[in-house]
Design a protein around this ligand. Sequence first.
Ligand SMILES: Nc1nc2c(ncn2[C@@H]2O[C@H](COP(=O)(O)OP(=O)(O)OP(=O)(O)O)[C@@H](O)[C@H]2O)c(=O)[nH]1
Ligand SMILES: [Mg+2]
Length: 528
Amino acid sequence: MKYENELKKRRTFAIISHPDAGKTTLTEKFLLFGGAIQTAGAVKSNKIKKHATSDFMEIERQRGISVATSVMTFEYKGMLINLLDTPGHKDFAEDTYRTLTAVDSVILVVDGVKGVEEQTRKLMEVCRMRDTPVIVFINKLDRDGKNPFDLLDEIEKELRIQLHPLSWPINMGKDFKGVYNLYDKSLLLFQPNQKVSVEESVKVDNLSSTVLDELVGQKDADQLREDVELFEGVYGDFDNDAYLRGEKAPVFFGSAINNFGVRELLDTFIRISPEPRSRVTTTRLVEVGEDKFSGFVFKIHANLDPKHRDRIAFLRVCSGKFERNKFYHHVRLDKDVRFSNPYSFLARDKDVIEEAYPGDVVGLFDTGNFKIGDTLTEGEDYYYSGIPSFSPEIFKEVINKDPMKTKQLEKGLNQLTDEGVAQLFTQHNGNRKIIGCVGDLQFEVIQYRLLQEYGASVQFNSLPFYKACWLTSENKAKLDEFTRFKTGNIVTDKDNHLVYLAQSEWFLNTEIGNNPEIQFHFSSEIHK
Ligand SMILES: Nc1nc2c(ncn2[C@@H]2O[C@H](COP(=O)(O)OP(=O)(O)OP(=O)(O)O)[C@@H](O)[C@H]2O)c(=O)[nH]1
Ligand SMILES: [Mg+2]
């Protein structure tokens, strides 16, 4: 393999969880160890995030939640790590699901107080579908949480995955003393600390040694011995291959905000986690070690930097070597494109790069050439498969509150919906604009961003639709007749395809039954 050494040192993973479990906090601590930022951005201090590095959008800072995936690259112990911090809220789940197609493994964060929550379950299902290797980090041990054995039971049952603890906590909450690292056989003692500290762990090869009693007291030392004996009997030796196959998830305990257990997690992660992996396309399996470059766009974001109104396509490199200024084949458009300023998401700054290798995420300035799922190759025609698309469930009409800004509004609507978080429809034979989303919060984000980034002020009026169906038919006359009769329900999407908006399942089924010559599709994919 030509680029074997480059592959060996790359790790690309996402941090996922239910909202508020601590993904962004954990991300920041990882970056600290990579030396990428000096002080962690005080997530949600005074209920407002001052500036978490990975929560860059103004609206995220205000609310203290992540609404979009951010990508950061850092170096740690000779490894190049691409970390994708995802939003937990279900209204932004599309972004998270797409991100999962671009990574090789995940760290799943579980709030030790709340245990397994709704969104954790859904995310785990997506990981299971793709056999993505998962590491579980049980967070917030500084708070009184559930008993660790109960937590493991709950996670195994609820997430239907076998666990293997690689660290073990000594108490929780105010009695929390530290974690014993089973992988290294070392003990890490807890000191609440928000700053970077390179905590020293104490090697305790033999748990029966009296050193342990001196460090944590006899009672807790005995408890730890008992616990370890108990689950060593249950779990046996750690099976790294089972983890790589996505069958077993190693578990770590810690407290992200206190920077506790984070370094152990990162150190173990770089040792056991997968290198960039080969991927399937619509025609064949593309081996990660192939000489020829290929990659796909999994995310598009406009105005990432408010000072430069750019649109960025996030490309995951899947094989070969990506080079600046070289022409590549844009499969969907069937044309050659090249990039003079591709950049990497080094947490400190945006750096223009000369080349990139599998696992890397490259930012490409986009003038409207890209859609999510687009593939670049050195000439071969295929698409990377498995990038989910979503059918909107909530529909609202856009009301322009400032007629002076009609142009800006139009541009904003077009660009923001290009990002794939919402779909824009236009009334058939009219010009009312309708936006379809999966979650209500998306509308708030769109409203906010239209104002901040485009100076356009809008209001949304709810519409009584529940589903969008793309229409096709061999019989053009029938289709024309149907659209004439159902004018109020017919819209066109951005590519001018006909779409029927259904008020309810009953209406939809009735129309399907009445119009056997028309096909109702539940996704726009049909036109790809
Ligand atoms: N007590 C305690 N609180 C923590 C810990 N880690 C994170 N938090 C707090 O949990 C809250 C949520 O943290 P975030 O990192 O923003 O959570 P998130 O998972 O990124 O949330 P979303 O991106 O909105 O899904 C913040 O108030 C953090 O300060 C921890 O170890 N202990
Ligand atoms: Mg977050």
